[in-house]
Design a protein around this ligand. Structure first.
Ligand SMILES: Nc1ncnc2c1ncn2[C@@H]1O[C@H](COP(=O)(O)OP(=O)(O)OP(=O)(O)O)[C@@H](O)[C@H]1O
Ligand SMILES: [Mg+2]
Length: 312
């Protein structure tokens, strides 16, 4: 039985300008024990899909089940199996950190949960803030509390909607170590993030959403394998020759060119030299998930509706 099963999920919102289709026919099974990543640009539909999973929004069409429990008709059982870290920071500001976590435990009918609460506070670097009022916490600390809150009832499925947005480097690392350990111990993880390095390092399988369509679904290793194998990266202040600029990814002074092999790189360097482009800090690196993501997202929209197998 899959941990999470989305079956033909569509979601449309009524807006003054007519129906807006936020999700279109999404079908996806996440198996128990997977570390699964849901990627997509802003507005792609990730949070909408997670809201439907968490029972916070209703799908216009389709069904979602969590360990076999329908999220609508069997809400309590489905909800108990999930620990959801929402993207938005929402809190009752009158409680301190420990009270918030005790309340959340009570919501799931768990008393005497202090040992686990202490462990969560420790792993999330919150031990010294246990008695602080939520109003007194910084944005990144509030996000840590949200993570603790989601894990307080030891859910078998952990759903993280951009858990590391606004979180400092050190905590990102400790948070991922902690989540990876829970995953090793058997928890299923569903993650959305815009940090593609994190997704590449952590997730064994990925789905990509674009305008509410699923445009890729594959193992991370398969997605990486279908990318061009290398990227030539350099800095320049000069304009690129037309042939190269068509395929270049430019971020400020940094230029990145996809290359299949050494001959490609030789040709690119020769073209730069012939055009009189002065380059600095030249390096060759392996293509990464960000390259794959940008390729998938750059495809024309009419391909969006294609089936996954043919899209990747
Ligand atoms: N209540 C609503 N009414 C109308 N449109 C909505 C509503 N909620 C979400 N949307 C729209 O649905 C689309 C998907 O939104 P969603 O929040 O799921 O995106 P996302 O992939 O999570 O993006 P981000 O990376 O910015 O978090 C967006 O265009 C958004 O404006
Ligand atoms: Mg979102």
């Amino acid at each position: 039985m899959p941990a999470v099963s989305f079956q033909s999920i569509s979601k449309s919102f009524v807006t003054p300008r007519g129906a807006f289709h936020a999700l279109r026919d999404i079908s996806l099974d996440i198996e128990e024990g997977e570390f699964f990543g849901l990627l997509g640009p802003n507005g792609a539909g990730k949070t909408t899909l997670i809201s439907i999973l968490a029972g916070l929004a209703r799908a216009t069409e389709g069904r979602v089940s969590v360990l076999g429990h329908d999220v609508q008709s069997d809400f309590a059982a489905a909800r108990r199996s999930l620990g959801v870290v929402p993207q938005e920071l929402v809190f009752d500001p009158f409680f301190n950190v420990r009270e918030t976590l005790r309340l959340q435990s009570g919501y799931f009918g768990i008393s005497n949960n202090d040992d686990w609460i202490d462990e969560l506070l420790h792993h999330l670097g919150l031990s010294d803030k246990a008695d602080a009022n939520l109003r007194q916490l910084s944005g990144g600390m509030k996000r840590r509390v949200l993570v603790a809150q989601a894990l307080v009832h030891k859910p078998p499925i952990i759903v993280l909607d951009e858990p590391t947005a606004g979180v400092d480097v050190e905590l990102r690392q400790t948070l991922w170590q902690f989540i990876a350990r829970l995953n090793k111990q058997g928890s299923t993880v569903l993650l959305t993030t815009h940090y593609l390095e994190e997704a590449e390092a952590l997730c064994t399988r990925l789905a990509m959403l674009k305008h509410g369509h699923m445009v890729a679904l594959a193992k991370t290793s398969e997605l990486l394998a279908q990318a061009s194998t290398n990227v030539l990266r350099f800095k320049t202040d000069d304009a690129l020759p037309a042939l190269l600029s068509a395929q270049a990814r430019v971020t400020g002074r940094i230029v990145q060119l996809p290359a299949q092999n050494a001959q490609d790189i030789e040709r690119q360097l020769a073209a730069l030299r012939d055009a009189g482009v002065r380059v600095e800090d030249v390096e060759i690196r392996k293509a990464d998930l960000e390259d794959v993501f940008l390729n998938v997202m750059a495809r024309p929209d009419e391909q969006d509706a294609q089936t996954l197998e043919s899209a990747i």
